[in-house]
Design a protein around this ligand. Structure first.
Ligand SMILES: NC(=O)C1=CN([C@@H]2O[C@H](COP(=O)(O)OP(=O)(O)OC[C@H]3O[C@@H](n4cnc5c(N)ncnc54)[C@H](OP(=O)(O)O)[C@@H]3O)[C@@H](O)[C@H]2O)C=CC1
Ligand SMILES: N[C@@H](CC=O)C(=O)O
Ligand code: NA
Length: 440
């Protein structure tokens, strides 16, 4: 039996996917049973880096998702529309879907999975998070027997590249972003990456799988790296930290019993990571996802989070998973009688997400203050009044006649810390609160 695939998109990932499918030697033998039947693109005139018969290329993507001979639609066009509508149409036609589109899944996952479950088809998304790194399937399968406590990831290669270069060169954000764009590491419009939106999409997806419920993207806290400065990276280094854009999903812990609770924290922000932490040495465009659970303990997935070949590896692994199911079902395109619960996403309730104000974490803050007697004492008193316990207060140097004061707190409630900071920001002696970052 040949499993026919309709590819939507023949760009970076689509080309990598076609390359693997057209060159099956020394790969899993099941690949030889998968055939590319149609390919949808925007322009038929563009030169392609893979050789396909002209007649299978079309700009009519609707005709692919409604083609009766196609069993799996692979959506690799990106963006929200027409990707969402094409996925829904494919599902309505009883086709399985493979996608790399985290933006669509994070926003419309509830609509898409509800439709897929009703139609008895699979929607597979290994490439959507961590590119080529297998992390979706492990969360659904091998790690599914664990009680997951936390998923912490560096899931955006662009920002990791920028932060790594800032760290290595001592440079500031803007010039390194411009250079990253020139070198093709960052997109012309870098918003989704540098403002943390891509990370938010990805952690929403990971949290949903790890904690078995749907996540409302609007409840994911998201802060990017635009305000991270060379000065903060240097101070962090002196204090024994590196700065990484972390995507974090973790169960809240009861402060009295220390037991894990049902509600989750789901957040993306630049974070001071201790230099000895496994995520601290993940540099350049690489991604890594640390999963913590019971009884597994800690397990970390590391590798290329993007790129044509690596991302296509994840896409084709999803195609193979569906093809294997179709083969073992002896050919029907629908598995409506008994979908494999280890491939499907069947949860329907929404996870409860804690507001940021209630979250407990450590903070790093850099202040510019008049170099006058009593300033540090005044800061300590204010933090104390707001139940903020300090781990270290260091006056490091002078900048424009102001003392630069770097403070690291113990674990405190976010609302208490922010209240103290608001009060401190109003003091006449404080010229500015230059940066506030969370500490892992
Ligand atoms: N690039 C990467 O490393 C990674 C990408 N992803 C995800 O994979 C998906 C694809 O990304 P990527 O391959 O980089 O994207 P590209 O921009 O390289 O390719 C997009 C492809 O889709 C086609 N296309 C786009 N819109 C339409 C449309 N409206 N009608 C018909 N064809 C259309 C384009 O056609 P044409 O060629 O004619 O212009 C092109 O072939 C995205 O969801 C992305 O987030 C995930 C992980 C990593
Ligand atoms: N823009 C993303 C790649 C795709 O997910 C990144 O920089 O990691
Ligand atoms: Na992946």
């Amino acid at each position: 039996m040949v499993v026919k695939v309709g590819l939507l998109g023949l760009g970076t990932v689509g080309t990598g996917t076609a390359r693997i499918l057209l060159d099956p030697l020394e790969r899993h033998p099941l690949i030889q049973t998968v055939a590319i039947a149609r390919v949808g693109v925007r322009s038929l005139d563009k030169p392609r880096q893979v050789t396909l018969p002209d007649e299978i290329l079309t700009t009519d993507l609707d005709s692919i998702v409604t083609d009766e001979s196609i069993q799996i639609v692979v959506e690799l066009i990106g963006g929200l529309e027409p990707a969402r509508s094409l996925i829904l149409k494919a599902i309505a036609q009883g086709k399985h879907v493979v996608t790399a589109n985290k933006a669509v899944i994070a926003r419309y996952g509830d609509e898409i999975f509800t439709a897929a479950n009703a139609a008895g088809v699979y929607v597979m998304l290994e490439a959507a998070v961590g590119g080529g790194i297998p992390v979706i399937q492990p969360l659904k399968q091998a790690l599914g027997v664990n009680r997951i406590h936390a998923v912490t990831g560096i899931v955006n290669g662009t920002t990791n590249y920028i932060l790594t270069r800032m760290q290595q060169e001592g440079g500031d954000f803007e010039p390194i972003l411009a250079d990253a764009q020139r070198l093709g590491y960052a997109e012309a419009d870098p918003t989704a990456d540098v403002d943390g939106l891509d990370g938010a999409d990805k952690i929403a997806i990971l949290a949903s799988l790890a904690f078995g419920g749907r996540i409302k993207l609007s409840e994911v806290y998201c802060e990017g790296i635009r305000r991270v400065t060379a000065a903060d990276i240097a101070y962090a280094n002196r204090l024994g930290f590196v700065i990484k854009l972390l995507a974090i999903a973790r169960r809240d812990v009861c402060p009295i019993s220390n037991q894990h609770l049902d509600q989750l924290q789901v957040r993306v922000h630049p974070t001071l990571v201790p230099q000895g932490h496994p995520l601290a040495s993940v540099n350049d465009v690489f991604n890594a996802i640390l999963v913590e659970g019971d009884p597994i303990g800690q397990v970390m997935f590391f590798g290329p989070g993007a790129g044509s070949g690596p991302t296509a590896s994840a896409v084709v692994s999803d195609i193979l998973n569906v093809a294997a199911t179709l083969h073992s079902n002896q050919g029907p395109t629908s598995v409506s009688t008994a979908p494999n619960p280890l491939l499907a996403c069947i949860h329907q309730h929404y996870c409860q997400i804690s507001p940021m104000a209630t979250i407990v974490s450590r903070f790093y803050v850099r202040l510019l203050a008049k170099d006058a007697p009593g300033v540090i004492g005044k800061l300590g008193t204010c933090f104390g009044r707001h139940r903020v316990s300090l781990e270290s207060v260091v006056q490091i140097g002078l900048q424009e006649d102001c003392a630069e004061i770097v403070i690291v707190s113990h674990e405190v409630k976010e609302a208490d810390f922010q209240a103290a900071l608001t009060e401190i920001g109003g003091y006449g002696e404080i010229k500015s609160v230059a940066s506030v970052l969370r500490v892992l």
